[in-house]
Write a protein that binds this ligand. Structure first.
Ligand code: ADP
Length: 244
């Protein structure tokens, strides 16, 4: 089966480390227009799934982005095919301003023609990313003195300037205040209007408020899948979460 053009389709994904099966035949898909969540207790295999999708871990099965198979490709190639990813700890250049961080990220993506154009002024993609992430007023601020939430939004902005088709976010609201969580949820909903957004999350409250569809992993396997209401009503999910 081929994926709908523009969707991320994971089929029978399996990842092992020295014989230990961390992801055991997991299948799910994510489409533009929805904020897709991957949840589960610690050690369920969530991060390993997105590591495999982004080429950081080797897996078997299939990961299609539109009509392109991602498994077996290098991380660099996967980024070029349009997959952006954030990690649990934001990796921004602390000494550089917000604008300089975005400029570096955009430079990784630009064609030489776009580079020439950009020299004449600020890249329009950077202006859009500043606006979208709510960082317009912080453009000259060194990234090192941004709040924790603002650093995460800058990292998301650094992906957006590369115009990805899919954004994979690993626990984006960990350590954030309630206001920052709300702003992040709203940002992800805006981004998801045009792109695939897949969120790995531990925070059930954030998932309840912003998920369109949820896949629950447990011990490397798919435990449950569906809307927030369906997943929450699933006795298997309740058992796993009450038991942790
Ligand atoms: P989650 O993100 O759901 O907390 P992970 O994907 O990080 O879970 O881990 C799933 C399982 O795989 C855990 O038991 C973890 O210890 C194991 N694991 C993850 N990465 C490695 C690795 N590089 N080497 C060995 N085991 C690993």
């Amino acid at each position: 089966m081929t994926a709908d053009n523009g969707s991320l389709v994971v089929k029978d994904l399996r990842v092992s480390f020295d014989g230990f099966v961390a992801v055991d035949g997991v299948s799910f898909d994510a489409h533009p227009g929805e904020v897709r969540f991957l949840i589960g207790p610690n050690g369920a295999g969530k991060t390993t799934c997105i590591d495999a999708i982004t080429g950081l871990s080797k897996g078997t099965g299939s990961v299609m982005l539109g009509d392109q198979e991602l498994l077996g490709k290098s991380t660099q190639k996967i980024v070029r095919l349009g997959v952006g990813r954030t990690f649990q700890t934001a990796s921004v250049f602390e000494q550089l301003s917000v604008l300089q961080n975005l400029d570096i990220a955009a430079g990784l993506h630009r064609s030489s023609l776009a580079l020439l154009r950009a020299r004449r002024g600020v890249d329009p993609a950077i202006e859009v990313a500043l606006e979208e992430t709510g960082l317009s007023a912080e453009r000259e601020t060194p990234a090192g003195i941004l709040s924790h939430g603002q650093k995460q939004w800058l990292e998301i902005g650094m992906m957006l300037v590369q115009d990805p088709r899919a954004l994979l976010l690993d626990e984006p609201v960990a350590g954030m205040s309630q206001d920052e969580r709300t702003a992040t949820g709203e940002l992800l909903q805006r981004i998801a209007q045009r792109r695939i957004v897949l969120v790995v999350e531990h925070d059930m409250d954030f998932m309840r408020r912003y998920a369109s569809r949820v896949t629950v992993l447990h011990q490397g396997k798919l435990l449950s899948e569906g809307t927030v209401a369906a997943v929450q009503a699933d006795p298997r999910v309740q058992e796993v979460y009450l038991g942790t």
